[in-house]
Structure formats: structure tokens, C-alpha cells
Design a binder for this molecule. Structure first.
Ligand SMILES: *Cc1c(COP(=O)(O)O)cnc(C)c1O
Length: 418
């Protein structure tokens, strides 16, 4: 299958070319020219299918023309070596799709591990230790650790992890520096947007690209995006298996750089029968305004209780514009203030006996506030809950649940006061 540029000013590329160059030569982002449908019969069987079977069907549908099925199977097995539990909340029609059970406890593990393993496979024939593939990634929050972890020891990739001084926690910084081997940390005196600008400059430097193989590990790379479509098929199937009405399911998606929403729209275009999508932001709500007005006005960043989502220039906006055209499923924007996010954490605990990280409360709160009585709702949970992210009353319960929360707390958000 061919991949076109959202700027429509360069030649369509094959899947492997799109992965290798990260972005199109004209500054656009790659999207499939044709999004194939999953057959209706597969949806009927999906509630009985395992996560790995769903992952295979979805990825084979998307990239099966370009990557042989044995390779897809082996990448799936090593990339998705963790579960994605879909937890039914007590006495409700709500489900939490827990995307934080990967090795770094972040939603980014899924896409980053897939991309890394795919790069390891498709680059292996062409490069060697003397001619590595240079992979650039900006890391704007502690969850960026997922990228460094996913590419560790994946050769022939030489990975430069670029982050702004002071924008990630000292513990995550230490972790990224400690990894070593093919992971090269680059600390920048500047902002997250400065880091992004540096990477964009490099990726669009034709002279540089003529000399070295250069790509991106951010979600602008199509191979980080496509595997995350799995989470929507899987969570829909789990909800139906648990008794949800298959035609009446709403999915709430957290929105920062809009990679999860891009993947949700691709899943819908592949035939996923969701009734509507909720696009949830924190107070950095320019995208919610975009959904209402059709015009995107970037606003200055405000710091919120969900720092991983404090994004003002969403990288995947050009994809959203393309993917939304002609789609019949409504996409409703909901902005969640800090107060609402914190109130959601309390409500989840008190009413549903469920403990969530504040980041997960953005999509959860947007769903709870907008779901109708006859609907079933799924929200994406993006970060493992840690003691400090919970209402005081529930902290000790978490402590007793699992000692790994202590480790995760140090890794993910050691400075959080929530
Ligand atoms: C990276 C990240 C996101 C991703 O946002 P997208 O809009 O899907 O690009 C959301 N939440 C958390 C906690 C993250 O780390």
C-alpha cells in the first residue's frame, strides 16, 4: 500500500520508505492512501478473540501488503509482551482501557516498542554498525522514557533522545542517561517547542538526509501510530464480551499530540463500530476549539496537573484534518480543567472503587460528564496510578496493592504533588 503526504506535494511512498524517512519530503505527514476495512464477520468474532489475535488481524489488514505475516507475528509477539486489561467499573457501563502495563508504565510503550522492533527488522538488511540508521525523538514528558527503553539495543538504530532541560524529572533524566549503548541523550537549553524545531530542521534537511539515514521515533512516524489502533478494537471487543451493546459504545480519547485520536479515526475508518468519540484535553484546549470552529489557534501553554498533555502545537493535527473528512462518527471535544480532573480522581475512587492517575482522569472525566444513560463508555488510561496521584484516602490501599507502584512513582512522576 502507498502512503501519501498530508501536504500532497511529494510522491507517495511505500510503507517501509515512510517508516525510514519519518516525514514526507514536503513537510507533510504520511497517511495510507486507502484505509482497508476489517470484514464485518471479524467484528462478530472479535469479542472471543485474544489480544494477540486482534493485533494480528488489525496489523495484517493495515500493513500486510508490505510486511510478511511471519514478520508481523514475530514483531507482535515481542512488542506486545504485556496485557491491555479492559476493566469494568463497578455497577456502571464504564470501562477503563489500561494502556500502562508496558515496561515503563506508559501509554507510549505500545507504539514505541512496535516501531523499534519494526525498525530493527526492516533496517537490518541495509545498515550495519558502520552505517547506522539515526533515529531522532523529542521527549516532552517523563513518558518519553518509553521511547528510549523501546529502542535500547535495537540495532542498527542510533537513537538521539532530545529533551529540554528541566522539563522532565531528574529521575527520568537519570534513567535515559543510564541506558547507554545505542541511546544518546541530548539535553537542550530551551523549551519543548525548541526541541521539536531542532528535530524538524534535521528531518527536513535534504543535504543531511542525503548523507545519513534519518528518521523519527515520535508519533509523526506512521509506524508508531498504526499499532495503537489495536487498543480500540481490543477494548471494544472486551466491552462487548462483558455485555456492552455493540452499537452503543462511546470511546473517550486523551488528546495532546493527537496520535491516539489519529489512531482512533483510522480504526473507525477500518470499520470499528463506535457510536461516537470524545476528544478530551486538559486546559490546553485549542483542539477543542478547533473541533467547534474548524480553525486551529495555538495558545500559550498553561501548566496543568497533567504535564504530559501540556501540548500547544499538536504534531498530528494535519492527520486529524485528513482523517475527519468524510467520517460519519461524531467527534466531540471536551476540555477538563484541573479542578475537574482532580474531582474525577475522587469520583472514580469513591463511586467506582477505581484508582486512576490524573492523566487518565482527563479522558475518564470527559466521558463520565458526557455519556448518555443508554450508552456504554470506554476511556483510555494512559499512566499507571501512583500513590501521589491518588486522593489521600486511597494511597495506602495502593501501597498494599503492589510494590511496583513505588518504583513507578520514582520513574514517572517523582515531583508530582498530586
Ligand atoms: C504521550 C501521551 C499522550 C499522547 O497524546 P496524543 O494526543 O495521543 O499524542 C497522552 N497522555 C499521556 C499521559 C502521554 O504520555
Amino acid at each position: 500500500m502507498l502512503y501519501y503526504s498530508t501536504n500532497r506535494n511529494s510522491q507517495p511512498a511505500s510503507f517501509c520508505e515512510a517508516v525510514k524517512s519519518g516525514v514526507a519530503g514536503d513537510g507533510g505527514l504520511f497517511l495510507p492512501t486507502d484505509i482497508p476495512l476489517v470484514p464485518a464477520a471479524v467484528f462478530r468474532n472479535m469479542p472471543e478473540m485474544s489480544l494477540s489475535d486482534i493485533a494480528y488481524v488489525v496489523l495484517n489488514t493495515l500493513i500486510g501488503e508490505d510486511v510478511d505475516s511471519a514478520t508481523i507475528k514475530s514483531i507482535n509477539a515481542s512488542a506486545f509482551n504485556f496485557d491491555i486489561p479492559v476493566v469494568a467499573l463497578k455497577d456502571s457501563k464504564l470501562f477503563s482501557c489500561e494502556l500502562f502495563h508496558g515496561p515503563t508504565g506508559s501509554v507510549k510503550d505500545l507504539g514505541a516498542r512496535y516501531l523499534a522492533r519494526l525498525c530493527g527488522t526492516i533496517f537490518s538488511g541495509e545498515s550495519d554498525a558502520n552505517h547506522p540508521v539515526t533515529v531522532l525523538a523529542t521527549v516532552s514528558s517523563d513518558n518519553g522514557l518509553a521511547i528510549a527503553d523501546a529502542f535500547h539495543d535495537v540495532y542498527p538504530c542510533d537513537v538521539f533522545v532530545v529533551f529540554a532541560k528541566g522539563r522532565i524529572s531528574p529521575a527520568t533524566r537519570d534513567r535515559i542517561i543510564e541506558i547507554g549503548a545505542n541511546i544518546h541523550p541530548v539535553e537542550v537549553r530551551g523549551s519543548n517547542n525548541d526541541c521539536l524545531a531542532m528535530i524538524r530542521t534535521a528531518l527536513f534537511d535534504a543535504g543531511l538526509k542525503g548523507h545519513i539515514a534519518l528518521t523519527s521515533a515520535n508519533s509523526i512516524n506512521i509506524a508508531r501510530l498504526l499499532p495503537t489502533t489495536i487498543q480500540y478494537f481490543h477494548s471494544w471487543a472486551c466491552a462487548v464480551a462483558a455485555g456492552a451493546d455493540s452499537d452503543n459504545i462511546v470511546i473517550s480519547v486523551p488528546c495532546a499530540n493527537l496520535s491516539n485520536l489519529s489512531a482512533a479515526l483510522i480504526a473507525v475508518r477500518m470499520g470499528l463500530p463506535v457510536k461516537r468519540l470524545i476528544a478530551a484535553t486538559n486546559s490546553n484546549d485549542a483542539f477543542v476549539e478547533y473541533l467547534q470552529t474548524g480553525v486551529f489557534h495555538s495558545k500559550p501553554a498553561v501548566e496543568t496537573v497533567t504535564p504530559a498533555m501540556d501540548i500547544t502545537q499538536p504534531m498530528n493535527l494535519p492527520r486529524i484534518k485528513e482523517l475527519m473528512s468524510g467520517i460519519s462518527v461524531p467527534v466531540e471535544g471536551v476540555a477538563m480543567s484541573d479542578n475537574k480532573i482532580i474531582a474525577t480522581a475522587d469520583e472514580l475512587k469513591d463511586k467506582y472503587d477505581y484508582i486512576a492517575n490524573l492523566h487518565s482522569c482527563v479522558s475518564a472525566g470527559a466521558l463520565i460528564r458526557n455519556i448518555k444513560a443508554d450508552e456504554y463508555g470506554i476511556f483510555l488510561s494512559t499512566v499507571a496510578p501512583v500513590p501521589d496521584s491518588c486522593p489521600a484516602a486511597s494511597r495506602h490501599r495502593i501501597d498494599s496493592i503492589s510494590p511496583t507502584y513505588h518504583a513507578l512513582k520514582r520513574i514517572i512522576n517523582p515531583t508530582s504533588t498530586f
